[in-house]
Design a protein around this ligand. Structure first.
Ligand code: MN
Ligand code: MN
Length: 286
């Protein structure tokens, strides 16, 4: 396995065997369109997680009560996109096959592609919930079909565009929005009634959640490569996750945290808290 580990997420064990939810880092940032640095995301999210409590008052649950582990980072092949994505797929494949829930820490958004592709192999009926400022639906970007700007278009090719649900999207080309209008479900905001309807519609179906940190307003999450003004606030995103509690989540990711653009560390802390709440929501009791 192409894995390395220096520090672990708050209260996480190292052994994926007894865990049902397994954190895996994917420190890749080779295809970003604007500013690099998301490869430092997984490390920083783990480091600052030490500042959080293990207990969530919102969920009345704490980390030592759930079966989760942190398996470390996938060792990337710098500059080699396909090779690195292949390594992510190889690390995640046995987790899905064993019925475990991977929680991938990016890294740029392209790392979600192998995670979703492997999930769809095990769960052919997969639906994807995508929270992002950007549609990520370009067919290609600067001649490349594998990019963080094209990731959801590639996902559409795997699961069918009708199974992609996007929230918070406020940036993209005219073509991307036209594609989304015709084929997917794109919501420019992140509002409770739409989410409620979605929860009912997807009841019993396997769901993958992909969370690009830039769905949040740059005022709250400036530590990201392509910040986009006019975003939602953290409270809205936490409430959205709590609303999704009943879904059968089979995999998820938090991507595009770029610590170098946020010397306060607040973006990484926000990401770490999202990770904690996701672990408490979807890792079963020990
Ligand atoms: Mn994205
Ligand atoms: Mn984005």
């Amino acid at each position: 396995m192409y894995l390395e580990q220096d520090c672990r997420f708050l209260a996480a064990g190292a052994d994926p065997e007894p865990a049902r939810l397994v954190i895996v880092g994917a420190p890749m940032d080779f295809t970003v369109s604007f500013r690099t640095g998301t490869r430092e995301g997984p490390r920083h999210i783990r480091l600052v997680s030490a500042g959080l409590e293990e207990y969530s008052p919102e969920l009345d649950r704490q980390l030592d009560e759930v079966a989760f582990a942190d398996w470390g980072d996938v060792v990337m092949q710098p500059g080699r996109v396909a090779g690195s994505l292949g390594r992510i797929a190889e690390v995640l494949r046995p987790l899905y096959r064993a019925g475990k829930i991977p929680l991938l820490l990016g890294g740029e958004h392209l790392v979600s592609l192998p995670a979703i592709e492997e999930a769809a192999r095990v769960y052919p009926d997969l639906a994807v919930l995508h929270f992002d400022a950007h549609a990520d639906l370009r067919h290609e970007y600067l001649g490349e079909t594998l990019s963080h700007a094209t990731v959801m278009r590639r996902v559409c090719e795997i699961i069918g565009a009708g199974n992609l649900y996007q929230f918070g999207i406020r940036s993209g080309t005219r073509e991307e929005f036209a594609f989304a209008r015709e084929h997917c479900h794109l919501y420019r905001r992140c509002e409770a009634p739409q989410l409620q309807e979605l929860v009912q519609r997807l009841a019993g179906r396997p769901v993958y959640i992909s969370l690009d940190i830039d769905v949040l307003d740059p005022a709250f999450a400036p530590g990201t490569g392509t910040p986009e003004p006019g975003g939602i606030e953290p409270r809205t995103l936490f409430e959205a996750l709590y609303q999704l509690a009943g879904l059968q989540v089979v995999g998820l990711d938090i991507v595009e945290v770029c610590p170098v653009y946020d010397p306060s560390g607040a973006t990484s802390i926000l990401a770490a808290k999202l990770v904690r709440e996701a672990v408490l929501l979807w890792a079963p009791p020990r």
